[in-house]
Design a binder for this molecule. Structure first.
Ligand code: NAI
Length: 350
């Protein structure tokens, strides 16, 4: 089924509201999810609604959070999300981060005690659309082995970055720090196909191509990705006084419990560092340099980070966003959820 972004947004908002989220919060969560689907990041779009709806219904997302915002210095602040929907807290916190960076040049806001925040590109784009550089990092549930280890310790701990340009396009990075998402393992399990053995390890920490033997994911670039995961966990967890490493709650273990996750929003105002016009022109120049480079064999072109999502976004505006039947049927049904997720393992099975 192909839907416009507005149609998809409405269906998701209605479902989240029906699950118990107040209307303005359901609106923001749906906006973040529609943003992801509209950019082809379907792993963080409509496919998550059923899980969120189950968690909201069972009390593991605070329906009436008491958000607090405390300035802790000229450029720093803490936004306490009171375990409401993470997307809402992260967005409102980014609004505040932007305000501080406009006034003081840079801003770092810790977003603490939140649920899952979704695709981080949404939040860094908030900053880029205001002519600022946005950076966001967040914790996620432990499902990745440290380099050389046998047990899951860090999550897929994503990092996102976006900068504006004169042309209005964004250079944008938004990536998990694991080689592959758990969704790809589940997909292989359901199809009975092998996986690339670099994606995951078995219970002894050995690479495995058998999706049924997967015990944990692997970090991008071996020890370097592991080091990035450590940095994300320190900055968005330890620094905010939150559970860290293997103590981070699992997404599916108990849907009645708070998640207590953390995110760090950072905004840099280019005007405090350089000539803004030149800066914006040079970002366009960077895109042009990369896009006009001779591609290696097997590649049509060199793409700059964020370009593929931007192209998908343009195509979807024309053709509609493809939503698989199962998700469309759920979104248009009267059911709030199907009790599919509670007390499941890290990979939403067992
Ligand atoms: P991905 O693998 O689709 O893309 C990663 C990065 O590579 C992007 O910046 C993309 O622009 C760039 N890229 C991809 N192909 C490229 C090419 N040919 N040339 C140049 N650049 C290219 O993203 P991934 O790692 O699967 O993450 C998906 C989403 O999951 C993100 O939105 C992330 O924020 C979200 N996420 C959220 C978590 C949470 O707990 N809130 C946890 C983990 C991920």
């Amino acid at each position: 089924m192909r839907l416009t972004k507005a149609e998809l947004h409405k269906l998701m908002k209605n479902k989240l509201h029906k699950a118990g989220l107040k209307e303005e919060h359901a609106d923001i969560v749906a906006d973040v999810l529609a943003h992801a689907d509209a950019r082809g990041i379907h792993s963080h779009g409509a496919m998550r609604v059923e899980y969120y709806a189950e968690r909201i219904s069972k009390g593991g997302t605070n329906k009436n959070p008491n958000f607090t915002f405390e300035k802790t210095g000229p450029c720093s602040a803490i936004f306490d999300g009171d375990n409401g929907a993470g997307h809402v807290a992260a967005k409102l916190a980014m609004d505040e981060t932007i305000k501080i960076a406009k006034e003081n040049g840079v801003a770092i806001v810790g977003v603490k005690r939140v649920g899952h925040t979704g695709a981080l590109s949404y939040f860094v784009q908030q900053a880029a659309s205001e002519g600022l550089i946005g950076i966001a990092l967040c914790q996620s549930d432990p499902m990745c082995v440290p380099y050389g280890g046998t047990e899951p310790y860090y999550g897929t701990n994503p990092i996102a970055f976006a900068t504006p340009s004169k042309s209005g396009k964004y250079l944008m990075m938004d990536m998990a720090t694991t080689i592959q998402a758990w969704g790809k393992i589940l997909h292989a399990r359901s199809k009975g196909t092998p996986i690339d053995p670099t994606w995951a390890v078995d219970k002894d920490g050995n690479p495995t191509g058998d999706p049924l033997k997967v015990n944990a994911l692997t970090p991008i670039a071996g020890p370097k990705g592991y080091a990035l995961q450590m940095m994300v966990d320190v900055l968005s967890g330890v620094l905010l006084g939150l559970p860290f490493g293997k103590r981070v709650t699992s997404m599916y273990s108990d849907l009645t419990e708070d998640r207590n996750l953390g995110q760090l929003n950072i905004v840099i105002n280019p005007a405090y560092f350089t000539n803004v016009e030149k800066f914006l022109e040079n970002i366009d120049q960077t895109m042009e340099d990369l896009s006009t480079m001779k591609p290696a064999s097997g590649f049509d072109s060199v793409r700059y980070p964020g370009q593929s999502s931007m192209i998908r976004e343009e195509n979807y505006k024309r053709d509609g966003i493809e939503i698989v039947d199962e998700i469309y049927n759920y979104l248009t049904s009267d059911d709030v959820h199907y009790n599919n997720y509670d007390h499941k393992g890290a990979f939403a099975v067992e």
